[in-house]
Design a protein around this ligand. Structure first.
Ligand code: KIV
Length: 300
């Protein structure tokens, strides 16, 4: 039995336990089964199937075109690759803006058909009723506050959030409202440390209760967990956010591997000594008329 099969499945309880115990936890985006498997082997236990897949997998210039069926499919793939990880599925733009019933159907599909543990929605105060309905229906919600990339057409570009007193108060108030309406976790993107500190403070929970886990994406050290886009960590993206220092330079490694392959093939070096497969050996009949052993045992 592999080491991994002894691990138990990570749940929201673990997230709350880590948060209340002051154990910061790591989260990364992931969009496919193979990568999910390797990330899990590396010790990663929480994964975000982000709508940034529209950019890093599909090549769009924003998250807006992420299709719902595609998001479902890659969530299933990540679940197959990391069966024990806690998986947060990002609800793509348009999947929860066109009516509460449709939003519910989509959210349920992520949990029921794709194997996600939570769904993530970019929210403001107008989403309170929807978040409450989902939470009561058994769909755990992660409320995404601060910089909200799905608003890019409305705002005209990406920028940090909560830098003015008014904006900071609005984020903290919205976080408080979301907690009151039953969210299971919060995500803060690109906000100053002062804002995340205040949100962590209000997410603490009552005397008897555990905190609502707060995950930061460039939101300072106070957050219980931290997430960055995997392609930034691997330096596969051309632009690096200031809060996501690369751990390795995989872009250049992939480029070097491609160059080496192209060189080997174009120079005729590849399989110069012969291919990997050989014809089956002739079969020798025995005296009893049965077939004998192959002349080259071990070759399949
Ligand atoms: O979709 C995503 O990758 C995200 C992270 C940037 C937090 O929402």
């Amino acid at each position: 039995m592999s080491e991994e099969s002894h691990d138990k499945r990570i749940t929201l309880r673990d997230l709350r336990r880590w948060a209340s115990g002051g154990e910061p936890f790591a989260m990364l985006t992931c969009y496919d089964a193979t990568t999910a498997k390797w990330l899990y082997r590396g010790g990663l236990r929480t994964v975000l199937v982000g709508d940034t897949a529209a950019q890093f997998i599909l090549g769009h210039d924003s998250t807006l075109p992420a299709p719902m069926p595609f998001m479902l499919e890659i969530t299933r793939a990540v679940r197959r690759g990391a069966p024990k990880a806690l998986i947060v599925a990002d609800m793509p733009f348009g999947s929860y803006q066109c009516g509460a019933d449709e939003a519910m159907r989509h959210a349920v599909a992520f949990i029921k058909d794709a194997g996600a543990d939570l769904v993530k929605l970019e929210v403001d105060e107008t989403h309170a009723a929807l978040v409450e309905r989902m939470s009561h229906a058994g769909v755990p919600v992660m409320a995404h506050l601060g910089s909200r990339p799905q608003q890019v057409r409305a705002t005209g570009g990406y920028k940090a959030a909560g830098r003015s007193r008014r904006e900071a108060d609005l984020i903290v108030d919205t976080a408080e409202l979301m907690i009151a309406r039953g969210v299971s976790a919060l995500l803060l993107e690109a906000v100053p440390d002062e804002v995340s500190k205040r949100v962590v403070q209000i997410a603490r929970g009552r005397e008897d209760g555990e905190p609502i886990p707060v995950i930061g994406c460039g939101a300072g050290p106070a957050c219980h967990g931290h997430v960055v886009v995997l392609h930034d960590l691997l330096k596969l993206s051309d632009w690096q956010p200031p809060f996501a220092p690369p751990a390795i330079d995989m872009g250049n490694q992939v480029q070097a591997a491609a160059a080496a392959w192209v060189r080997a093939v174009s120079r005729g070096e590849y399989q110069r000594g012969g291919g990997a497969y050989h014809m089956n050996p002739p079969v020798t009949p025995t005296r009893a008329g049965k077939t004998g052993e192959p002349t080259r045992p071990g070759v399949v």
